[in-house]
Design a protein around this ligand. Structure first.
Ligand SMILES: N[C@@H](CCC(=O)N[C@@H](CS)C(=O)NCC(=O)O)C(=O)O
Length: 309
């Protein structure tokens, strides 16, 4: 079916867990394509034009990169129950930014370094290449894990402080994107092993809240082969983009542009600008394998520039 939701993901990806749980929260049905956790990703990049991070949502020939936009797109498809409640959305987004930048990086170094023996052998080298860093020795990875443990503990205590007034959800009485962002960072602690489970032992409020989050489940999921997802894109026509709302400084629609993440995994994606507004930027590109696709990115967190002819 051309309008099926297809999530390109792998099991221990915490950002994928954020998207899977958002699909569950909204009670959606979706197809799961398992992608490799390291580059190259030969069945994914024909769809994205070079974006290699995880997860990616595909709907026909429209490709949504980054969970920030994937959650927005799920909301557009099904607004109830909402991820963006009146009065709490800005706070939820601010908490999500903190969770995914200041909380998650030390978490990732602490958890991955502690579970080094359980990770795919090429993971550390791939992640270093993705960030443009030298490939670390095992000792370096283990030292980084130890060094980052305090930053993790300080911030877990902050999550507990957020919940201290007895609220059900991270930003207050309603579920927001902040819940999903904090959850996936804490989910990562035990995603690979229970070695660090004790980090949450002093915090019954956090554990109860995580239980409420886990109860959303993943929705109704049926596996799909990567080649089938490529066929879906090849046989579909991208949706007509909604009307844009650009700033004067933005490139004109129809311009040939280049976009890349502003933090890591900064592979450039090129195409014709077909949508730009305060939430989203979309590029149309023609791919040898899948034909015409439109690749969508969140507005913030991505660097967009017109290509000089
Ligand atoms: N801002 C991105 C971050 C995604 C991200 O960093 N995902 C990790 C996996 S959890 C990743 O892409 N790692 C490299 C890879 O999977 O190739 C989002 O919200 O989707």
């Amino acid at each position: 079916m051309a309008n099926e939701l297809i999530l390109h993901n792998y099991d221990f990806s915490n950002y994928a867990e954020k998207a899977r749980l958002a699909l569950g929260y909204k009670g959606l049905s979706w197809r799961s394509v398992i992608i490799p956790p390291v580059a190259p990703k030969p069945d994914l990049t024909p769809l994205t034009g070079g974006y290699r991070r995880t997860p990616v949502l595909q709907i026909g020939a429209d490709i949504y990169c980054d969970t920030k936009l994937i959650l927005r797109q799920l909301e557009r498809l099904q607004s109830h129950p909402t991820l963006y409640p009146n009065g709490y959305t800005a706070l939820g987004d601010a908490i999500a930014f903190w969770a995914e930048h200041q909380l998650f990086r030390p978490m990732s170094l602490y958890v991955s370094g502690t579970n080094l023996d359980l990770l795919p052998g090429d993971l550390q080298a791939d992640r270093s290449r993705m960030r443009g860093l030298p490939i670390p020795s095992e000792d370096t990875v283990r030292r980084a894990a130890r060094r980052n443990a305090p930053a993790v503990r300080i911030q877990i205590a902050r999550v507990d402080a957020l919940l201290a007034d007895g609220r059900d959800w991270i930003a207050g009485p309603s579920v927001t994107v902040g819940d999903f962002a904090v959850y996936h960072a804490l989910w990562f602690i035990t995603a690979r092993s229970y070695r660090l489970a004790d980090e949450l032992a002093p915090y019954p409020r956090i554990r109860d809240w995580m239980e409420r989050m886990r109860a959303f489940g993943h929705g109704i999921v049926v596996a799909m082969e990567a080649t089938e997802a490529l066929d879906v894109a090849r046989n579909a026509i991208p949706e007509t983009p909604r009307v844009s709302d650009r700033f004067d400084e933005d490139p004109e629609l129809g311009t040939f542009v280049r976009i890349r993440a502003d933090d890591y995994g900064r592979d450039a994606i090129e195409g014709e600008l077909v949508l730009i507004d305060s939430e989203e930027i979309a590029l149309r590109r023609t791919d040898n394998t899948v034909g015409d696709v439109v690749v969508h990115f969140p507005r913030l967190g991505y660097d967009l520039r017109a290509q000089v002819p």
